[in-house]
Design a protein around this ligand. Structure first.
Ligand code: FAD
Length: 456
């Protein structure tokens, strides 16, 4: 069979957007209509909204890592690696494989869905001392780190060291930061009962945000309920405040307070994957500017979606762009597949329109706030909606079973406080987890792409 004549569709990123797109392409295209290839560093799709529950040990890491190879029907060729540059002119994607080889992949259609990375600012010490909450490895690492602070504080004879190990700072009052602070606070609160030498009063969690409100999307009433729940649990919330400086043993807030701590978790927003900058194309706040059909105007066969693209939010209007949420990314994935197929078959592409369904925020245990379809819920009903929503959004039955079993086990047997010791002696930083330094400059991409052209 001659494979060269078939159009080549290359999907970059196996997250919410990329996987939905690939699965739809597999279902709707016959194998001889096009070759589908997926570039992804990992062999799973990560269900990010449940990451704080991995950090707190309610869920095992494997339960939210949904396999890309569960079914024999999956026929997409998977390249294990990350795209480090795209040359739109020669239609070449430069890939660094997981064994550090650089390979060039030609395409006729490219779907860019590499998601986002943690947004950082030029704050002294931040990138050297903060942990993110964006990858599975980060969640597992943070969990180990937090438990090791309890172990080390317990063993220490020095009151100052104890105090600094038992204070924790989370920056970012969006759902990611709020859920992370809430879930980890619950973990330390439960764990301290197993450390009779530790004074529970010394454990202190801070949640700070430069904005005047936590999760403004929730609205005033529900937002205040979330704050009330967290404050009742002893989490100190500081709004209108950020970090001025971060060091190995203390963090300075912009209001002048110096907090002795060895744990700074930074979840203050996301920016598009650095891959987008390698295209040298128009961006909106770092996200690739695309048409409502999610294609790049003026460049045939280039599509982008999810957290890495500025997709116009037609349901909202007024020039708004879709927020970086899983809710949009999944739907955009299916929609972009239809548009790729339409473009391949000479049909008409359709603009993407989706009205937000609301927000669910799981604060651990029976604490939650949710706003499905504008209805404000608190406590158990909110928790049922939050968990029910996430559970049904998990893509495979195996993942659903793993997550449900973990939730039941946690409800019956409580938390566990095992520290695995992975990477314990090597400080890990944001860039180590998110590979932000792996990308090429647009000039380097062009040089690589020209290299292929000469070889062929
Ligand atoms: C802690 C947390 C909680 C959240 N909670 C919610 C929530 O409750 N509700 C909600 O709607 N959203 C939530 N979100 C946001 C949501 O997870 C994202 O908006 C969504 O994952 C975006 O989907 P995506 O496909 O664009 O990117 P992702 O799902 O991040 O997928 C990107 C994929 O691309 C891969 N990749 C990255 N770079 C490259 C590269 N160079 N080459 C190849 N592959 C690459 C990554 O490994 C990943 O697999 C949360 C996010 C976080 C971090």
């Amino acid at each position: 069979m001659n494979t060269v004549t078939r159009p080549r569709i290359l999907v970059v990123g196996a997250g919410f957007a990329g996987v939905e797109c690939v699965r739809r392409l597999e279902r709707k295209l016959s194998p001889d209509e096009a070759d589908v290839t997926l570039v992804t560093p990992f062999a799973y799709q990560l269900y990010l909204p449940l990451l704080p529950q991995v950090a707190s040990g309610v869920l095992t890491p494997q339960s939210i890592a949904v396999s890309l190879r569960r079914s024999k029907k999956y026929r997409t060729r998977i390249i294990p690696g990350g795209a480090i540059g795209v040359d739109l002119k020669s239609k070449v994607c430069v890939i660094r494989t997981i064994t550090d080889q650089i390979v060039n992949e030609r395409y006729d259609y490219i779907v860019l869905a590499p998601g986002s990375i943690t947004r950082t600012f030029d704050i002294p010490g931040l990138t050297d001392h903060a942990f993110g909450m964006k990858t599975l490895a980060e969640a597992a690492y943070v969990r180990d780190h937090v438990i090791s602070q309890l172990d080390l504080a317990d063993a220490s004879q020095d009151p100052e060291e104890r105090a600094s190990r038992l204070q924790f700072v989370v920056v970012g009052g969006g759902y990611a930061g709020t859920e992370t602070a809430a879930c980890l606070q619950r973990l330390t609160h439960a764990a301290v009962k197993r450390y009779p030498r530790l004074d529970p009063g010394l454990i202190k969690w801070h949640l700070i945000d430069i904005a005047p409100k936590l999760m403004p999307e929730l609205g005033d009433k529900l937002g205040s309920s979330a704050q009330e729940i967290l404050r009742r649990r002893g989490i100190e919330i500081s709004l209108g405040v950020s970090i001025a400086k971060a060091g190995p043993e203390e963090v300075t807030f912009t209001d002048g307070r110096v907090i002795p701590t060895r744990t700074l978790i930074w979840t203050a927003g996301v920016v598009a994957s650095p891959l987008i900058a390698t295209l040298d194309a128009e961006t909106v706040k770092g996200r690739l500017a695309v048409a409502p059909e999610m294609n790049l105007p003026g460049d045939d066969g280039v599509f982008a979606l999810g957290d890495s693209a500025a997709v116009p939010d037609l349901a909202k209007g007024d020039g708004a762009m879709c927020p970086p949420t899983a809710q949009h990314a999944m739907r955009q994935g299916r929609h972009v597949a239809d548009n790729v197929i339409a473009s391949l078959r000479g049909g008409a592409m359709r603009p993407y329109v989706h009205k937000d369904l609301g927000l669910v925020v799981d604060l651990g245990g029976t604490d939650a706030v949710s706003k499905p379809l504008g209805i404000e819920l608190r406590g158990l009903p909110a928790q049922a909606v939050a968990r029910g929503y996430h559970w049904s959004a998990l893509r495979t039955n195996v993942a659903k079973t793993r997550v449900m079993t973990n939730w039941l086990l946690n409800a019956v047997a409580g938390d566990d406080f095992v520290r695995t010791g992975f990477q314990a002696r090597k400080a890990a930083r944001l860039k180590d987890f998110e590979y932000t330094d792996a990308y090429l400059t647009p000039e380097q991409v062009r040089a690589h792409a020209e290299g292929t052209a000469r070889l062929e």
